[in-house]
Design a binder for this molecule. Structure first.
Ligand SMILES: Cc1cc2nc3c(=O)[nH]c(=O)nc-3n(C[C@H](O)[C@H](O)[C@H](O)COP(=O)(O)OP(=O)(O)OC[C@H]3O[C@@H](n4cnc5c(N)ncnc54)[C@H](O)[C@@H]3O)c2cc1C
Length: 523
């Protein structure tokens, strides 16, 4: 029997597996539904969208979204060792001090900026220049500047600077407002994920056993204690027991899903499906948040966009030198600011750009040479929910993001402000000189509302689901600030689902930080 079982080997599960086996005192079993990340598209930075709808992706679909004219949102999630850290766009961001101070105010005691900033520092190995904030130089997560960023992305940053978005040099380590080429989880021209940083080295330890291709279907309890995990492997059911506890790290979709199938969730809902109730936990699956993103595409005047990334010369450059377009993550630069123009306020707008035509939620290759800017609500007010469709634990849940749908219409107002900022930046040199002038002028003439209406069917998320097992100090929260599931013993949730709110930016580093701290609580 193992001491601990971790379910899910994604960003959080990789960190947990390494941290919990480091002392050698605990025998740990790590259970993962996917397999090994053995695809060139995992390691090649520009390859991540090629993994969509492959065996490495859960390839989920949301419920129809009114803000997307009734269409569903494609929802990729990593299904392999490394999870979404091996399928993501590799942007490294600590996120904003106000995010964590907001968590603390909402009841996540001990998770304020003063508690978490040093953990980000400790985990990273920043290989770029020193800015105004102190960065980590010795951690296991290699973080590099994007030396392969395209001239279009660099022009976007310069244009943003020249309209006043020229905050500090570094966006990691404190308050940020400005525009930058994104820092990446890269090493030597390759993705360097949580799997590379944590799990791969830990797999050499004799006290860590890793089970792949094992879909966890149920947590078992004895006298209120979590004691076992039942999995399906190739259609066969097996049960594994743990002496000291079970940690769920299945992500913001997988963890509430598994909790509900194990009887921890809204009692009425579970009763309706005939699932025996272990704990009536009304907020499991509630509070779902993600960043709504409206991709706006403008044809370029030149023909040197990332549409050419699949050319033989780009491939050769990547394979021989680990340089060029394929060594970039493709989603290269961003700008953050506040919709009310206050540069001291924590940002609520993000513009995220790509030097190619982002088509059909990344599922189709570019058809023309173009530049894409996604207008994003960085601090959304809308709340969605995740529910069970039926009692089959292998069936995907119903995911309703409820994007741009808060009762006061705040998210739509922020989105319109983001579109307005987009119009300013595309009209500003040097970016304006690289775009097709007729198309850019036509877009700049449209009202923000017209651009939102025209592109509504392209609305998507930034793939940052969170908060479905909210951490808090109140009785309704799913986990307490030490990430213990309320109402049972020896069960923790450690992943993006415990965040009280989705942070202002790209949350992979935040999930790694949560797991680092959780390992200390659990030990
Ligand atoms: C396409 C994409 C692009 C992104 N880009 C960025 C980016 O550039 N920067 C950034 O900061 N963030 C990005 N993100 C988000 C970031 O990667 C996630 O927030 C983070 O990886 C979440 O970590 P997690 O541990 O909560 O979940 P995951 O990493 O998703 O891990 C969950 C793991 O649990 C496994 N699992 C789930 N259910 C079960 C089950 N029942 N049984 C067994 N195993 C199970 C899954 O297979 C998976 O391996 C992106 C995400 C995606 C999908």
């Amino acid at each position: 029997m193992h001491d601990l079982i971790i379910v899910g080997a994604g960003t959080a599960g990789s960190v947990l597996a390494e941290r919990l086996t480091a002392s050698g005192k605990l025998r740990v079993l790590l259970i993962e539904a996917g397999g090994r990340p053995n695809s060139l598209y995992v390691s090649m930075p520009a390859g991540f969208a090629q993994l969509f709808k492959s065996k490495f992706d859960w390839a989920l679909e949301s419920e129809p979204q009114s803000a997307k004219k009734g269409k569903r949102i494609f929802t990729p999630r990593g299904k392999m060792l490394g999870g979404s850290s091996n399928l993501n766009a590799q942007i490294h961001q600590w996120c904003h001090p106000a995010d964590f101070d907001g968590w603390e105010q909402a009841g996540a005691t001990g998770w304020g900026w003063k508690d978490v900033a040093t953990v980000f520092q400790f985990q990273e190995n920043w290989t770029g220049e020193q800015g105004e904030y102190t960065r980590g130089r010795q951690g296991p997560m290699f973080i590099a500047p994007n030396i392969n960023a395209h001239p279009l992305s660099r022009a976007f940053v310069k244009a943003a600077h020249s309209i006043g978005l020229n905050g500090q040099k570094d966006y990691n380590g404190g308050h940020y407002q400005g525009a930058w080429v994104c820092q990446l989880a890269h090493r030597g021209g390759k993705r360097f994920s949580a799997y590379n940083a944590y799990l791969e080295p830990a797999m050499r330890r004799s006290n860590l056993e890793v089970l792949t291709g094992a879909h966890a279907t149920r947590i078992g309890f004895e006298q209120g204690r979590a004691t076992s995990v039942t999995v399906k492997i190739d259609g066969t059911e097996r049960t594994y027991r743990a002496g000291k506890g079970i940690v769920l790290a299945c992500g913001a979709i997988g963890s509430p899903h598994l909790l509900m199938h194990s009887g921890i969730g809204p009692a009425a809902e579970l009763n309706r499906l005939g699932i025996p109730v272990q704990v009536d936990a009304p907020e499991v699956g509630e509070n779902l948040q993600d960043h709504p993103a409206l991709p706006l595409v403008i044809p370029t005047s030149g023909t040197d966009t990332m549409k050419n990334a699949t050319s033989l010369s780009c491939l050769a450059k990547y394979l021989l030198l680990k340089r060029g377009m394929l060594a970039s993550n493709g989603i290269e630069a961003f700008a953050f600011t506040h919709s009310n123009g206050n540069t001291d306020a924590a940002p609520d707008i993000e513009l995220l750009c790509a030097p190619f035509e982002w088509r059909c939620e990344g599922l189709e290759p570019p058809a023309k040479h173009a530049f894409c800017v996604a207008c994003i609500v960085a601090a959304p007010h809308s709340r969605g929910r995740l529910t069970l469709k039926n009692a089959d634990p292998l069936a995907p849940p119903a995911i309703d993001f409820n994007l741009l749908n808060d009762p006061q219409g705040k998210d739509v107002a922020i989105m319109l402000a983001a579109i307005s900022l987009f119009k300013k930046i595309i009209s500003t040199s040097p970016l304006s000189q690289l775009l097709d002038p007729t198309s850019a002028a036509q877009m700049a003439r449209e009202t923000e509302q017209a651009l939102l209406n025209q592109s509504a069917e392209e609305l998507q998320t930034v793939y940052h689901p969170s908060s479905t097992c909210r951490m808090g100090s109140d009785a309704r929260s799913v986990v307490d600030p030490q990430l213990r599931v309320r109402g049972v013993q020896n069960l923790w949730v450690v992943d993006a689902s415990v965040m009280p709110s989705v942070p202002r930016g790209h949350p992979n580093a935040v999930v790694a930080m949560i797991a680092q701290r959780a390992a200390e609580f659990i030990q």
